[in-house]
Design a protein around this ligand. Sequence first.
Ligand code: ATP
Ligand code: MG
Length: 437
Amino acid sequence: MTDKINAPVGGKLSAVKGMNDVLPPDSATVQWLEEKVRQLMARYAYRNIRTPIVEKTPLFVRGLGEVTDIVEKEMYCFEDRLNGDPLTLRPEATAGVVRAAIEHNLLYDGGKRLYYIGPMFRHERPQKGRYRQFDQIGAEALGFGGADVDAELILMASALWAEIGLSDVRLEINSLGQPGERLAHRQALIAHFEAHQDALDEDARRRLYSNPLRILDSKNPVMQPIVNAAPKLLDFLGEASLAHFESLQAILRAGGVGYAINPRLVRGMDYYNLTVFEFVTDRLGAQGTVCAGGRYDYLFEQLGGKPSPAVGWALGVDRVLELVKASSAPIELPVLDAYAIVTDIASLPHVLPVLQQLRGLGLCIQTHASTQGEMGSMKSQFKRADASGARFALIFGADEVAAGQVTIKPLRNAAESQFTRALADLAAWAGTLQSPL
Ligand code: ATP
Ligand code: MG
């Protein structure tokens, strides 16, 4: 281990495959989305939770299920070098959120509505819309058993699509019923797939007896006919499960949220029961699921907590942003109010406190930086000012500095002429800018 850490120095280093840098200006689009989400969550009374990126490995094995894609082949697992603890980079956040809720007795005074934004890690084959580090935004409603909260979460996601200008995401829903109902379905599934052994791929054969429901989640095109012909879980549901599914649909219909029932929708983790749903699009090829979730009423018990119903969803930030870029969504990107041009390096001690004060009033200002003790020519500074996209150049020339003034030149509109203000009047000028504070 130490040998690896002390690898020879030198050579160019690159990022880990499937883990991307987000550079400006793209980072501004990500921030724009995150800001929309924060505002939306506040409107639905969901509060932010932040759990660690690393958790103990058994949390995911117990929480997600041993026979799942994630646990079988996608987790980044390692040993804590100091005490040998088995640790894992979180592949998803629901297990960690529930662990935290149990650990801190979060539900002692009733249900909690929570959301998170952050990176997840899965060792998958990197391709468009599928990365090894990717951001998810998720919402979890803990301690609520009613279909009204399932509906609330779905309505909240729909509101987000509207808010960010996405129109071609469709909602698919299904019910996985309760464990007892799944048992009867499981027997029927095994019988169906046993009768078509030859058509099963390797994954499916391996899962035939350990987790046959998972076979319905197969993305292998060759498997589709036999999967489509499989017995439907919906036909095995009892009255209570059907009633829950029906009340969800009644609220969605009343809310004008279109949906389709997809009897094959089972989701990739074992912790789901009753409602499951996905928002899908045809615009992203094979990576068409942008947001997915469902009810997980047994996860608290499975992780050693008091039984508590819960429901949530997670969306893939990369996939949503891909859709945003392809749409005509009005992304408000940050605009610089001003670019400060300073002709004489000796006047910086005089100028910088003035800019500090303007920034205190909420203005976004980029200051021309010195190189090797020089500020550079006026012409080169103007070029930078133009390229920065700022609305104004604040010119601190020798005359201005001597007179306690600044010249303000509008940069976005050639028809507007420049003017001069006393430093004492700058705050009043800043007030006229209606800069977003
Ligand atoms: P998929 O079927 O595409 O593998 P999943 O069922 O594994 O998705 P979830 O675990 O439910 O996905 O995660 C919720 C959302 O997170 C997905 O709908 C997707 O938008 C996003 N997501 C999942 N895995 C990745 C990944 N490797 N890279 C980028 N986004 C991802
Ligand atoms: Mg997956």
